[in-house]
Ligand binder design. Sequence first.
Ligand SMILES: CC(C)[C@H](C(=O)O)[C@@H](O)C(=O)O
Ligand code: SF4
Length: 472
Amino acid sequence: MSAKTLYDKLWDDHLVKQRDDGSCLIYIDRQLLHEVTSPQAFDGLKLAKRQPWRLDANIATPDHNVPTDKAERSQGIAGIKDETSRIQVQTLDDNCKEFGVVEFDIFDERQGIVHVVGPEQGLTLPGMTVVCGDSHTATHGAFACLAHGIGTSEVEHVLATQCLVQKKSKNMLVKVDGVLGEGVTAKDVVLAIIGKIGTAGGTGYAIEFGGQVFRDMSMEGRMTVCNMAIEAGARVGMVAVDEKTIAYFKDKPFAPKAEQWDAAVAYWQGLTSDADAQFDAVVELDGNAIEPQVSWGTSPEMVLPISAKLPTLDSANDAVQRSSWQRAYQYMGLTPEQAITDIKLDRVFIGSCTNSRIEDLRSAAAVIKGRKVANTVKQAMVVAGSGLVKKQAEAEGLDKIFTEAGFEWREPGCSMCLAMNADKLLSGEHCASTSNRNFEGRQGNGGRTHLVSPAMAAAAAIAGHFVDVRGF
Ligand SMILES: CC(C)[C@H](C(=O)O)[C@@H](O)C(=O)O
Ligand code: SF4
């Protein structure tokens, strides 16, 4: 039998049927549902008078539209001021009740961003196919899952049949060897990768992240990297199973127990690419050389190390890049050759499915401890990815570190990652954000997003402008 990549193995293990034109039917083990992309899917089921094919494969939680303000949150759904948002969250509740789907609702301490909640609960497990009507479903690939976002009509299809029509992607290996320097994190690694290959670099590929840097990385860090595979153009990002992957699931609420655990572990251990597996493309980076990164433009590929100056238009690769840089400069209110450290911040957001897990909050708190947010920064907020992350952070006293420094300590949800709830930038404001997208208007009309790691966001909040967290 020929050697297989991890992706080949996951694919083959879930293949139900392959047609001559290459289209395939694959079996889906887990579907995560949120309020934005599920209403029409449930409506479709109702119209067709169908029931979910395998009810317990589905799990729901509201995240995009929920308020993060404590007072608003304490009123539950009634506390959501925006009508569309309120209806969406109410509709998720109603649909879950009607169909019997388990939901971690707005009052449940397990509620949070779907991509934080799934692994945290052991609802995401190695070797699974995981889908969600959400592009950042790639996050779950950190656990050697075949995980990707799907559209609303596909959400309905999976609800009804537990299967999905797909075409297989090509295999890409992104290999980062070496050892990351102090203060350099998973976020910097993935931003550096996107800076190198561009936002279309992974188009048509399933990316496996391999090499010493990912082996050394925590599961939280691997999630941060896989989360942004979609920003590199790939629908799927994965890391092979190792001892850390297995240890992560021990005693998770929905993880297998007793003999089932042993059987699962035996299967999980095979979820690696064979030593002689062939990849269609290989990209290599030197982990020793990666610096803390800051995005300066309106695409995640417009990213540079903290020590850099913004590029001149003449250094663009071609006319297309030149004009997109030109537009980005205009939108961001920045000028070529400005030092990244000269960029001043109006707001700082630590949160999102990229960087709102306990390790992220710990790393931000370590920088902030005993310091104060600069008085030129209008707002600095920390939004845990789930109720359980929030609870854990509070048990460790991290909330005190944040609030004493002048940060707001919010309720879990997507928050300022995207302008679908009350947390938004005003036009022209610069925000150091630990999220994953910096498109025009992403955090609010006219808002200017800079993607960074939690430690870099924390340092920027204290300094009032970007600084190198190494030695800060
Ligand atoms: C709202 C949702 C469909 C969207 C996505 O697919 O990713 C959002 O989560 C995002 O990050 O832009
Ligand atoms: S936190 Fe941001 S990126 Fe993640 S699911 Fe929510 S909106 Fe999308």
